[in-house]
Design a protein around this ligand. Structure first.
Ligand code: ZN
Ligand code: ZN
Ligand code: FE
Length: 752
């Protein structure tokens, strides 16, 4: 027995483990690991870290550290481990010690996590005491962020405080060997929250009642983890049409929940990357190419992609299994309002939309929408980082000199709280033009600041004077906070660079719908060179007038008029629009419209020129249909384009491209494809021209949510010997701005 030999060499080390390591089953994991390796020592929660001391044979100590890195429980997210050697004290047992007295600001709470396989097995096992329990969870799964009221994360500080544990749950909760040891939301059929169906149907249980209503073509409001969903039969055309009409949502695609990965593969062509995304603990909505027409076209009109996701709560598992069909499962709201999450508010707002409700008596503390992800250029990328991700932190390349709050933009609003070299991103809030959304943003901000125990000394915002977040930043500045501004597209590029961990000279591309430019123009087709914090605008798409300002996004034909007139083509010969309307727009364009370099609006213009869409129902509508058309073609011929200008600001001239599209008679799908290919190569050419010694090209902004355009651009950049980078862990759209703002300010601070 080596362990008991008197001459044994003992090692003792102290570890400070940082990241999401509290309330995720880390202590029992460490306890059983230490026992397995015959190590002595202790573990305790402390301020923003878990502290471990272990002692034993050298190799066993190393094995412990290695296992912490590799085998930590699924919800744990270890950011860094600090290690110090200390003198052995001949300690032979390992104990879970009480929290350190200084645990005032514990590590951040974990995100909500999809029901794990073991809990799903219990849910459907008639012999298990949690059979059919709609709230089954354990240390590895279940609600976290959406139920926490305050830190430290304990049951008493969650909305589960209203449900006293029964004796059986208490035993499991207190047993370090049980997989529900300190699972704060632990519950069972005896002591947990209860599900109810409204209006009540005598006799049947809520899940069967809901399944019956859905089978009849009804719309059911379903209380979930971070808010209410509206659910209906995705194979029933009139049910889906009714939902569209009642939600006043003309064209935006609905997400569809399917029972399991096999059903997802029947409905869509699911790649390995998409499969991994679908099954990931965050369970995002994943955009995949459609395979079958089982789901009616009204779910995603005009598009070849469909958003699928898998059940992530026990209620979803029970309902999908009872319905035995794919369900449209969309946020319960009207048009752009935030998702409903409070019971009374939901009943009021969803009256007239939902025919029935499935509710429960556990309070949702924080609204949190579903996340969205897709595969782009062979790897995953998140398009909306919310439920399952928030409030997980991300590293910043440069430490912030002081605690900083970044407010993001106006659309797809997300804020971020930065401390030292860590950024904690809030959940997706939506479009702040809506007052309810703005109120929700302010509430969420206060809540996250409380949870993190953060007192920011500085606030960062966009430069747009009319963003609600800019006004909020000025209010905070008036009450004493330091104020910093970051240009919109610089923040996009910085988010991409920082997300990829690139902190050297690079080329940055930001293509989006609109952002405030420093020269009074509406920017959206921008090229930068430099490093984080010193990015300089080096080129842009040639300016055309933006007729009707922000309203131009609703009327792609107006942008087509602007681009056609600029290219010397008579718009009345091309567009199927009343010539008097065209005349009016060209008049206004000449005199009153601000100039724009928006690539998002160039996509709109091309969609209108090709007759694919002249009027849009939402901002990306025309561009999404242009992408869908291009994906149906395979031609990669290119149109001409020019690079003009000199000195230190170049211009990408799209006029030859516009003229060629007008003359191309090969049909809208081939022309759409050629447009994508041309713009991708034009972008790569300009990057190669600007690169100098730089090898990295950051591609960012909402336009790169177009997976076809993103892939073609990456290929074109690689063909020129450069390395393309896309936004992966943070959204490429305005949902990534707050992170980019922190990255820029950190770099300006000059910290490492
Ligand atoms: Zn579980
Ligand atoms: Zn119980
Ligand atoms: Fe943007």
């Amino acid at each position: 027995m080596r362990g008991s030999a008197p001459t044994e060499e003992r090692t003792r080390i102290a570890l400070a483990i940082h990241g999401t390591v509290q309330g995720v089953g880390f202590r029992p994991f460490a306890w059983s690991l230490a026992n397995r390796l015959a190590l002595g020592g202790s573990i305790r929660n402390a301020t923003d870290a878990v502290l471990v001391e272990i002692e034993g044979e050298g190799r066993a100590v190393e094995a412990f550290v290695e296992a912490v890195r590799r085998e930590a429980p699924p919800l744990a997210c270890i950011e860094r481990i600090e290690r110090t050697a200390i003198a052995p004290r001949n300690e032979r047992t390992f104990v879970i010690a009480p929290s350190a007295a200084d645990a005032r600001t514990p590590a951040p709470v974990a995100p909500d996590t999809a029901t794990c396989d073991e809990c799903v097995r219990e849910l459907f096992d008639p012999r298990d005491r949690r059979y059919g329990h709609p709230f089954v969870n354990c240390t590895s799964c279940g609600p976290r962020f959406t139920i926490v009221e305050a830190m430290p994360y304990d049951r008493a500080a969650t909305t589960m405080a209203a449900f006293p544990m029964c004796a059986k749950c208490r035993v499991e909760y207190e047993d370090p060997k049980n997989r529900r040891f300190h699972a704060q939301p632990i519950a069972c059929n005896d002591c947990g929250p209860k599900l109810a169906f409204e209006p009540g149907r005598g006799g049947s249980d809520p899940i069967s009642a809901a399944a019956a209503a859905i089978a009849e073509g009804k719309i059911v409001a379903l209380k979930g983890l971070g808010g209410y969903h509206l659910a209906c039969d995705a194979t029933n055309g009139s049910a889906v049409e009714a939902l569209r009409e009642r939600k006043r949502r003309d064209a935006k695609p609905f997400a569809v929940m399917v029972a399991d990965i096999d059903e997802a593969e029947q409905l869509g062509h699911v790649s390995d990357v998409e499969r991994t995304l679908l099954l990931s603990a965050a369970r995002p909505i994943v955009l995949v190419r459609r395979r079958s027409r089982v789901v009616v076209d009204a779910v995603a009109p005009g598009l070849d992609r469909i958003g699928l996701f898998l059940p992530y709560t026990p209620v979803h598992h029970l309902l999908l299994s009872a319905c035995a069909r794919p369900l449209v499962t969309t946020s319960a709201n009207v048009t752009e309002e935030p998702i409903a999450f409070e019971d009374d508010d939901a009943r009021t707002r969803l009256r007239g939309i939902a025919d029935a409700f499935v509710v429960h008596d556990r309070v949702i503390r924080t609204r949190c929408d579903d996340s969205i992800a897709h595969e782009v250029d062979g790897a995953p990328a998140v398009l909306r980082r919310s439920r399952g991700h928030a409030p997980r932190s991300l590293p910043l390349p440069h430490a912030l000199a002081k605690p900083t709050l970044a407010l993001g933009g106006q659309l797809k609003a997300v804020f971020a709280v930065g401390r030292s070299s860590t950024a904690v991103l809030g959940h997706h809030i939506g479009d702040l033009d809506d007052f309810k959304a703005y109120r929700s943003y302010v509430d969420a901000l206060a809540h996250l600041r409380d949870l993190l125990g953060a007192t920011p000394e500085r606030v960062v915002c966009d430069q747009h004077p009319d963003y609600a977040t800019t006004r909020l930043a000025h209010e905070l500045a008036a009450s004493g906070m330091e104020l910093a501004c970051v240009q919109h597209h610089e923040a996009h590029v910085a988010a991409c660079l920082a997300g990829a961990g690139i902190d050297r000279h690079a080329v940055g591309v930001a293509f989006d719908g609109a952002g405030f430019g420093t020269d009074g123009a509406v920017w959206g087709g921008e090229f930068f060179t430099g490093t984080l914090g010193t990015l300089r605008r080096a080129a842009h798409l040639r300016y055309v007038p933006l007729p009707g300002g922000d309203g131009a996004a609703r009327d792609p034909w107006r942008m087509a008029v602007a681009h056609l007139v600029d290219a010397g083509v008579d718009p009345t010969e091309v567009l199927d629009v009343d010539p008097s309307e065209i005349a009016l727009v060209s008049q206004v364009a000449k005199r009153l419209s601000p100039p724009t370099s928006s690539v998002g609006r160039l996509f709109d213009a091309v969609a209108a020129i090709l007759g694919i869409r002249t009027r849009s129902h939402h901002e990306a509508h025309a561009a999404m249909e242009l992408q869908a058309a291009a994906e149906r073609a395979t031609d990669d011929a290119r149109y001409p384009y020019d690079v003009a200008g000199g000195g230190d600001l170049l211009e990408l001239d799209a006029r030859p491209l516009i003229r060629a599209i007008v003359e191309d008679r090969s049909g809208p799908e081939i022309a759409a494809r050629r447009f994508h290919a041309t713009l991708a190569h034009a972008t790569a050419d300009l990057c190669a021209h600007l690169a100098g010694d730089a090898r990295d090209v950051a591609l960012s902004g909402g336009v790169f949510a177009n997976a076809l355009f993103a892939r073609l651009t990456c290929d074109a950049v690689r063909a020129r010997g450069l390395s393309p980078w896309l936004c992966r862990s943070i959204p490429t759209n305005d949902g990534g701005l707050a992170f980019g703002q922190l990255a820029v300010v950190g770099a300006r601070d000059g910290g490492v």
